[in-house]
Design a protein around this ligand. Structure first.
Ligand code: SER
Length: 317
């Protein structure tokens, strides 16, 4: 029997790109995209699903004989600070529902996205070790850190095959991000391609770990396809790719758009960025399942700009 994949948060920044990759890889008929909002441009199987409701999740799993779940629904860091209690519900209640419904209905594998936000100001800023003590200071970081422990618990207690990555800031041309701290980098590219200057909400030296969408999606699928005996970290794997500051990003963009300028007006998101690592150590992911990024700041910038130029040309045609 073929695997049947359920994705929550399928309209999100990562969810929508992941859905397309999974459709391509496993067949459009074997992927069920779900979200609380519908996107008119979506192609494939879709159902509305509010993952805070356990019964709805269980119904969808049974109805579609789901065998794998990618639980992408979440509120990100900056929006999380505006609605702390709601964020806890959306990020944690939904994940517990997914874990429990999966366990009770013999779902084989689950993917859970975590984040560099699980680390707090106590952690070393450079090459933060995989197993460093987690003391996050944002509700988003707290929610992801506790989710990782629940993932580990369900694996130890019930043998549920839950796999997870700590994503750096994800940068892609396909979708607009919503409510994250690393999202300034995506916006900067859009402004540059529209020949506009960009006002950045972080200061020029705030270096953060980042990853290109293509690498992030590939890491996700490689982790999920790795033989079970290679998965030794059951909380969440650090994956690193590149790290840069807004100033370094601005310089990379200026290589292609020499007139592009970044203006700096840090706001509350500066505190969030200050609490996160500048770079993380992903040695476990490299060793256990051969993780290796392909893109760096320069190659990502060239690819982003190429795609965004096409996008704006098509939209303005
Ligand atoms: N991109 C996320 C955020 O900024 C970090 O995981 O919230």
């Amino acid at each position: 029997m073929k695997d049947k994949i359920l994705i929550t948060g399928a309209n999100g920044q990562l969810g929508s790109v992941l859905t397309k990759s999974l459709q391509k890889k496993y067949g459009i008929e074997n992927v069920l995209a779900t979200d609380i909002k519908f996107n008119a441009a979506f192609e494939g199987n879709f159902e509305f699903l509010d993952a805070t409701d356990f019964n709805s999740i269980e119904y969808v799993i049974k109805e579609h004989d789901i065998t794998e779940i990618y639980h992408m629904a979440a509120i990100l860091s900056a929006n999380g600070e505006k609605h702390p209690l709601r964020t806890w519900d959306i990020n944690n209640k939904t994940f517990l529902n997914i874990l429990e419904a999966a366990r009770l209905n013999r779902v084989k594998k689950i993917f859970y996205p975590s984040s560099i936000a699980v680390y707090g100001t106590n952690a070393p800023k450079d090459l933060t070790p995989q197993d460093y003590f987690l003391k996050p200071t944002t509700v988003y970081g707290m929610s992801k850190a506790s989710g990782e422990h629940w993932a580990n618990y369900y694996f130890i207690r019930y043998g549920l095959d839950v796999r997870s990555l700590r994503y750096p800031g994800v940068i892609g041309h396909q979708t607009s991000p919503g409510g994250g701290t690393t999202d300034y980098a995506v916006d900067a590219y859009h402004y540059a391609v529209k020949n506009e200057n960009f006002t950045c909400f972080l200061n020029e030296t705030s270096s953060l770990p980042m990853i290109y969408m293509e690498d992030a999606i590939r890491a996700t699928i490689e982790l999920m396809e790795a033989p079970i005996e290679q998965i030794k970290t059951r909380t969440s794997y650090n994956i690193a790719s590149m790290s840069f500051s807004p100033k370094e990003l601005g310089q990379a963009i200026s290589q292609i758009f020499p007139k592009f300028k970044m203006i700096y007006k840090p706001d509350f998101r500066q505190n969030i960025a200050d609490s996160w690592p500048k770079s993380i150590d992903d040695n476990e992911a490299r060793t256990d399942w051969n993780w290796k990024p392909k893109f760096n700041l320069e190659t990502m910038t060239a690819d982003m700009i190429k795609h965004l130029k096409e996008k704006y040309k098509t939209e303005n045609a």
